[in-house]
Design a protein around this ligand. Structure first.
Ligand code: NAD
Length: 486
C-alpha cells in the first residue's frame, strides 16, 4: 500500500492533523493508497514556502537558468517515464498505451515548451515625443505574478497539472498545487523529480485533499495566493471565482464542455468514423474536448450510426496492463453512478439506444470496477438532458441535419463553448463554419491535435482566458511599463 504525503518546502510530510483518505483503484475499487489530507495549517505552510521561495534562490535565477532547470525536469520525467506511467495507470485505470503515447509525454513536453517560450520572449518598447523635443522611451517589463494556486482535475491528471505548472515556473512564479483527490500519485512523483534536479525548496508544493471545506478551498481562499489557475467543472469554477473575488485575484479557467461533432456527407467516411470514435470514447469519454453531440448530414446518417455502433461494440475492456485493452473504467464509483443515471435518463426521455446503456460483463477480479458500456443514442429532442448537460462519459447522441445553417445553430445552442470537430472535404465550407462555431478550438478533419504554442481555452461557460505558448504569459506574468525621459 502506498502512502502519499503532502510536498511542502521540498519535503514530503503528513498533514498536521494526521488526517488521511483512501485512494481506490478504478478497475476493482480496492484501496491502493492512503493520502495525507492537508488542513488549513498545511496549506498555510505550503503558501508560506512558496512565498519565501519567490524571494530566495529561485527569485534570483535568470530566465536562462530557469529554462535550463525546466529542461532538466522534463529530462528527469523522461528518465522516470515508467514510474509515471505506472502511477497514472494506477490512479486512472486507463490503458497503458494512452499513458505511454499521450498523457505522460505531454507532461514532460509541458516543461520544455514553456522553457522555449520564455527563451524567446521579447519586450515591447515605444519612443514617444515630448514638448522639449527630447522624447521618452517606454518599455515593458514582465515580472512573475507570484504564488500561483493550481487546482487540477482527474481525467488526465499529469498532463493537465503540468500544463499549468510548466508555464508558471517558466515565468518565475512558485506554485501550490491541489491535485484531484481521485488522482494524487503523479503530483507526488513530480515532487521527487523537483528535488532530484535541484529545483529550490518551496517552488513546487503539493497539498492533497478535496474541494469545499478542504485543501481546494483553503488554497483558493488563501490571501497570499496571488492568482488561481483551475481546470475542472464549470460549477466548481463559479465557486472558485467567488473565492478569488476576495482580494480581486486573477483567474484562468479551463472548464466543462458539451462539444459538437459535425459530419458532412462529403467527408472521408472511414477517417470521420475513426476520428469521432476517438473523440467520443477515448479515456472512456472522460475528456473535456470529447464529443457528446453528433450531427450527421442526412444522406450518410444511417451508415454513420451503424459504423460507429460497430466500433463501439468492438472495444476491449480490461486491466490497463493487458496490452489488448483499449477501454478502461470510469474514475470512481460516484462518477459511474452519475453516468449510469444519464443512461437511464436517456431512455426515460425516449431515446433509441443504438448500443450500450449499461454495465458490461466483467471477469470476477474486475467485476467491482467502475465499468460502463460505450453508449450511442438517437431520436432525442434537442433540449433533452443528455443533449444539453455535460455527462463526461463514453456516450453520444447522434442527430441528422440538412443544411449548414441548421447545424451551426444546433452546435451553438449550448451554454458551453470548448471545442468542435468538423468533418468535410469542402475546404471553403470548413473555413466558413470555423468562423461561426462559438468555441475555443475547432478541429477540421481531426480531433485532439494541437501545437502547444497555440491559444487554448473555452468560450462562454467553458473557460476564462487562454493558455498555451506566449498566451500563457498573459496570466502567469504581470506586465509593467517603464518610462524614461530622455
Ligand atoms: P471538479 O471541478 O469536480 O474538480 C476539479 C478540481 O477542483 C479538483 O481538484 C477538486 O478537488 C477541486 N475543487 C472542487 N471543488 C472546489 C472548490 N469549491 N474550491 C476549490 N477547489 C475545488 O472537476 P473534475 O470532476 O475533477 O474534472 C472533470 C471536469 O473538468 C469536467 O467538467 C471537464 O470538462 C473539466 N475539464 C476541462 C478541461 C479543459 O481544458 N477545459 C480539461 C479537463 C477537464
Amino acid at each position: 500500500m502506498r502512502e502519499v504525503n503532502n510536498f511542502i518546502a521540498g519535503c514530503f510530510q503528513p498533514s498536521q492533523s494526521g488526517r488521511t483518505f483512501d485512494k481506490r483503484s478504478p478497475i476493482n475499487n480496492q484501496v491502493i493508497a492512503t493520502i495525507a489530507e492537508a488542513d488549513r495549517s498545511d496549506v498555510d505552510q505550503a503558501v508560506a514556502a512558496a512565498r519565501a521561495a519567490l524571494k530566495g534562490e529561485w527569485g534570483q535565477l535568470s530566465a536562462d537558468q530557469r529554462v535550463a532547470m525546466l529542461y532538466e525536469v522534463a529530462d528527469e520525467i523522461t528518465r522516470r517515464f515508467d514510474d509515471f506511467v505506472e502511477a497514472e495507470m494506477a490512479d486512472t485505470g486507463q490503458p497503458e498505451h494512452v499513458m505511454k503515447h499521450v498523457f505522460i509525454p505531454r507532461g514532460a513536453a509541458n516543461f520544455k515548451i514553456f522553457a522555449d517560450v520564455i527563451k524567446n520572449v521579447a519586450s515591447e518598447s515605444f519612443r514617444m515625443a515630448t514638448p522639449d523635443g527630447l522624447g521618452a522611451l517606454n518599455y515593458s517589463l514582465r515580472v512573475p505574478k507570484g504564488v500561483i494556486g493550481v487546482i487540477s482535475p482527474w481525467n488526465a491528471p499529469f498532463m493537465l497539472m503540468t500544463w499549468k505548472v510548466g508555464p508558471a515556473l517558466a515565468c518565475g512564479n512558485t506554485v501550490v498545487v491541489k491535485p484531484s483527490e481521485e488522482t494524487p500519485l503523479t503530483a507526488a512523483l513530480l515532487g521527487e523529480v523537483m528535488n532530484k534536479v535541484g529545483v529550490p525548496a518551496g517552488v513546487y508544493n503539493v497539498v492533497n485533499g478535496f474541494g469545499p471545506d478542504s485543501a481546494g478551498a483553503f488554497v483558493t481562499e488563501h490571501p497570499e495566493v496571488d492568482a488561481i489557475t483551475f481546470t475542472g467543472e464549470t460549477r466548481t469554477g463559479t465557486a472558485i471565482m467567488k473565492a478569488a473575488a476576495e482580494g480581486t485575484r486573477d483567474v484562468s479557467f479551463e472548464m466543462g464542455g458539451k462539444n459538437a461533432g459535425i459530419i458532412f456527407a462529403d467527408c472521408d467516411f472511414d477517417k470521420a468514423v475513426d476520428g469521432i470514435f476517438r473523440s467520443a470514447f477515448l479515456n472512456t469519454g472522460q475528456v473535456c474536448l470529447g464529443t457528446e453531440r453528433l450531427y450527421v448530414e442526412r444522406p450518410i446518417f444511417d451508415k454513420f450510426v451503424s459504423a460507429l455502433k460497430a466500433k463501439a461494440e468492438a472495444v476491449k475492456y480490461g486491466s490497463p496492463l493487458d496490452h489488448a485493452t483499449n477501454f478502461g473504467p470510469l474514475i470512481s464509483r460516484e462518477h459511474q453512478q452519475k453516468v449510469l443515471s444519464y443512461y437511464k435518463k436517456a431512455e426515460q426521455e425516449g431515446a433509441t439506444v443504438v448500443t450500450g446503456g449499461g454495465i458490461p460483463d466483467m471477469p470476477p477480479e474486475l467485476a467491482e470496477g467502475n465499468w460502463v458500456q460505450p453508449t450511442i443514442w438517437t431520436g432525442l429532442a434537442d433540449d433533452a438532458a443528455v443533449c444539453t448537460e455535460e455527462i463526461f462519459g463514453p456516450c453520444c447522441h447522434i442527430r441528422p441535419f440538412d443544411s449548414e445553417s441548421e447545424v451551426v445553430a444546433l452546435a451553438n445552442n449550448t451554454n458551453y463553448g470548448l471545442a468542435t470537430t468538423i468533418w468535410t472535404t469542402n475546404l471553403s465550407r470548413a473555413h466558413r463554419l470555423a468562423e461561426q462555431v462559438e468555441v475555443g478550438i475547432t478541429w477540421i478533419n481531426s480531433w485532439f491535435l494541437r501545437d502547444l504554442r497555440t491559444p487554448f481555452g473555452g468560450s462562454k461557460q467553458s473557460g476564462i482566458g487562454r493558455e498555451g505558448g506566449v498566451h500563457s504569459l498573459e496570466f502567469y506574468t504581470e506586465t509593467r511599463n517603464v518610462c524614461i525621459k530622455l
